[in-house]
Design a protein around this ligand. Structure first.
Ligand code: ADP
Ligand code: ASP
Ligand code: MG
Length: 486
């Protein structure tokens, strides 16, 4: 609102488009040239570009930080040097003249700051989550400056915005949450004038800061969330997530080559997939989009002409099994207490997990015992130590959680009765602890995950010989018990 109760065109956000490009969509010169073409095709709207770090850079930064904190400064600096060279090579191939010199200066300055951070990590011998946020954020700082200059070089009027000056979060380092009012205000105040003057705003995803200016991050994969946060603040007409697959698929195509694109999904369905491990979307992405009812599109930056997946308030006809997700690197934790599971124990357990920033995925209780699944196994020894005297904590690593996700799936007895015989020989445990009706989950050995996903996919998404539209048709076949596999 403009303060006089009237909405400007910008306030209505009629044609603001937020486009997020993931790591593989900015990984090299060819990818950034494709990004430029895609942005050019949207210039009839007001465009915000959110970019991830170049593919693999966040992992490399983490590796460098861990090395420095262990005293291996030489190897940490060498890793960072590789990152620097990669960015410089891209700058050389994408930007010329005085703009190149300015970018070069900026990148050098940032890398010097990064190197001094590594020196101080070596000194302190510690990489805590606060320092980690500062460290990992460099990837998005570099990539967003590079992409902004590449867009300008291509004749697009672009302006760089430091996301840390507009996305305000709490201080939960490693996985911070936005402080919505402050964020919405700052995003509007910073971006509105740029967009209204016809410029494309470019900002790094994933990074934010507390209200005191301490750098934070939104959790791994968080650039999707950044795009949705910005889109919601600006009441965008759409948020586009540009990635390396044709859209949200029936399962991870890296696990199963028969996976196929789901053309349309509801916010709820997509959120569930993201929550249960479909890496294609950060789990928090859809909340701001739901709040402002902004459609989200997942699109392939290597095939920009594809339709991708549209995620909106309503999807088409609801099929029973929408997709199969797989979450790896899960640990199954058992917490046993002689005095039984009561509210005091629950409180103590949650407080300790929270203090270690260890998110709990699924939980079940029986007398005297709690079963949890967690993704960050590193914290478990500390958690066990903190709970000593209260409860015994044991865990098994190298597990994977495979979920069938769909509407009211738990209330469809035929789904479980079809799935179970297909995986009976695979040493899987059925997990029914999730509160929602939308998943049936299997805990399996990580080494079996591909086989398990492929079997379930063949069962629920079997390919009839002549179907023109897999998405809707194949599941209907399953339900009717007509699939070839059934
Ligand atoms: P980006 O770097 O663009 O953010 P990500 O690697 O985070 O990309 O997410 C894209 C990847 O998500 C794909 O390459 C694919 O392997 C994986 N993925 C997992 N589940 C799904 C799914 N259901 N549909 C599509 N991709 C999936
Ligand atoms: N670069 C960050 C990561 O790798 C954020 C993102 O890519 O979305 O987790
Ligand atoms: Mg991602």
């Amino acid at each position: 609102m403009n303060g006089r109760g009237q909405q400007s065109r910008f306030d209505r956000g009629d044609d603001v488009v937020v486009m997020k490009f993931g790591g593989t969509s900015v990984e090299d010169t060819a990818a950034i040239r494709r990004l430029i073409g895609i942005v050019q095709s949207r210039l009839s709207a007001q465009v915000v570009v959110v970019v991830s770090a170049l593919a693999r850079v966040t992992d490399q930064l983490l590796e460098a930080g861990n090395a420095a904190a262990k005293g291996h400064l030489g190897s940490a600096l060498a890793t960072v040097r590789d990152i620097y060279v990669r960015h410089e090579e891209l700058a050389d191939s994408l930007v010329d003249g005085s703009a190149h010199r300015a970018l070069d200066r900026e990148l050098r300055g940032e890398f010097r700051t990064l190197e001094s951070l590594l020196h101080s990590l070596e000194g302190s011998r510690q990489l805590d989550l606060r320092a980690q946020d500062q460290l990992l954020g460099f990837g998005e700082c570099f990539s967003s400056r590079l992409v902004k200059e590449a867009l300008c070089e291509a004749g697009i009027s672009a302006a760089h915005v430091d996301a840390r000056t507009c996305i305000v979060t709490d201080a939960r380092h490693g996985q911070a949450s936005p402080v919505w009012d402050a964020t919405n205000q700052q995003v509007r105040d910073t971006l509105a004038p740029l967009l209204e003057s016809g410029r494309v705003a470019v900002l790094g995803g994933f990074i934010a800061s507390t209200s005191d200016g301490v750098p934070t991050t939104l959790g791994r994969g968080g650039s999707d969330f950044s795009a949705a946060i910005v889109g919601a603040a600006l009441c965008a007409s759409r948020v586009e997530i540009w990635t390396d697959v044709d859209g949200i698929m029936t399962t991870d195509p890296k696990l199963c080559s028969d996976a196929r694109v789901i053309r349309k999904m509801s916010f709820d369905e997509a959120a569930e997939l993201a929550h249960f491990g479909a890496k294609v979307l950060h789990p928090a992405t859809l909340a701001p989009a739901v709040r402002e009812n902004i459609p989200v599109y997942v699109l392939n930056s290597k095939r920009p002409e594809g339709e991708g997946t549209e995620i909106a308030a309503r999807a088409g006809a609801g099929n029973v099994v929408h997709a199969i997700t797989a979450k790896r690197k899960v640990a199954a934790v058992e917490i046993e207490s002689e005095r039984g599971v009561d509210s005091e124990l629950l409180r103590a357990v949650y407080a300790v997990f929270d203090a270690h920033s260890c998110a709990v995925d699924v939980m079940a209780m029986s007398p005297g015992r709690m079963s949890l699944l967690v993704s960050s196994t590193g914290a478990l020894p500390g958690i066990a130590a903190d709970l000593e005297g209260v409860a015994k904590v044991r865990w098994e690593n190298h597990k994977a959680l495979v979920c069938l996700v769909g509407k009211n799936i738990r209330r469809q007895p035929d789904v479980a009765s079809r799935a179970l015989p297909a995986v009976a020989d695979m040493d899987v445990r059925v997990m029914c602890q999730g509160a929602s009706d939308r998943t049936i989950s299997f805990l399996a050995e990580e080494s079996n995950v591909e086989e398990l996903v492929q079997r379930l996919h063949a069962l629920f998404f079997a390919k009839p010989e002549t179907s023109p539209d897999w998405g809707e048709v194949s599941v209907a076949f399953c339900q009717a018990g007509l699939s070839p596999a059934g």
